[in-house]
Design a protein around this ligand. Structure first.
Ligand code: G3H
Ligand code: ZN
Length: 280
């Protein structure tokens, strides 16, 4: 199968309900994520950030993503996540990403509109979908740091942003943050609902790791259609390898091979938990 755009994939997800978008940084992540989606029999969004691409290059990651889309027994959307670099987005589109995120949320509103519109014009001309961010999502994701009430998305401005840019999906700032939470996250369900009534495009919840199940479900019931998870997969993978190497107390070629399988299984288990968590 070929990679679907975000709207095409979400057509297959009932409302209220969300597709999970998993961030990958390696082939083993990809294998674990695809296995989880196949076992749970759900369409899946597989995405990679600009920062993760910087480690190995976009060619390798796009090739892994395209192979996954071809081989998976479930529908796959291959998405470029939190990209700020226009040239990189163009390269991603050429290499087969079926969906891209332009993250110009650090810029002033008018500049965000301009940068987003520029990507939409090209992406839509070749059948690729576009997600954009309005307001600023806190925590650590690429270069974005910080949080605060002034970063939250204004529903009226969200409606205007959709009309001015033509994006296919919107990532609003509604109280979540990237990475592990330092306190209890105050997710603004009221704000999600207020944006959802004004915006007729799918809403994306970023910073999906480390959130209680009930919070995620309520966010989905409030209007979230794409739920992004990265950090929890990284932690599950790293912990599984530590546990395995601690228990064998030595390393060899066969341990190294076994460790890869251990990591794939850990990612798969964690991804399955997230998929089940999103069933509302
Ligand atoms: O764009 C990616 C996500 O928002 C992932 O956030 O690492 O906190 O799960 P997370
Ligand atoms: Zn994010």
């Amino acid at each position: 199968m070929y990679a679907l755009t975000l709207p095409q994939l979400l057509e297959q997800v009932k409302r209220p309900g969300a597709a999970v978008a998993f961030n990958f940084i390696s082939l083993d992540d990809m294998l674990g994520i695809v296995k989880a989606a196949e076992v749970e029999s759900v369409p899946v969004i597989i995405q990679v950030t600009q920062a993760a691409l910087a480690h190995v290059g976009i060619d390798y990651m796009a090739a892994v993503g395209m192979a996954a889309a071809r081989r998976a027994r479930v529908p796959v959307c291959l998405h470029l996540d939190h990209a700020t670099d226009f040239a990189l987005i163009m390269q991603g589109i050429k290499l087969g990403f079926s969906s891209v995120m332009i993250d110009a949320s650090a810029l002033a509103y008018e500049e965000n509109v301009k940068a987003t519109r520029r990507v939409v014009d090209v992406a839509h001309s070749v059948g690729v979908s576009v997600e954009a961010e309005l307001g600023r999502i806190g925590g650590r994701e690429d270069n974005a740091m910080g949080d605060g009430p002034d970063w939250l998305t204004d529903p009226d401005q969200a409606e205007q942003f959709i009309a001015e840019t033509g994006v296919d999906a919107l990532a609003p700032s509604v109280g979540t943050a990237h990475g592990i939470y330092t306190g209890t996250p105050a997710v603004r369900f009221d704000l999600i609902r207020a944006i959802a009534v004004r915006v007729d495009k799918p809403l994306v919840l970023h910073g999906g790791s480390d959130l209680p199940d009930e919070v995620v479900r309520e966010a989905i019931r409030s209007g979230i259609r794409k739920f992004n998870v990265g950090t929890d997969l990284r932690i599950a993978h790293a912990r599984s390898l530590k546990k395995m190497f601690d228990s064998v107390g030595d390393v060899s070629a066969s341990h190294a091979l076994a460790a890869r399988q251990t990591g794939i299984e850990a990612v798969c288990e964690e991804a399955r938990k997230k998929i089940r968590m999103c069933r509302v």
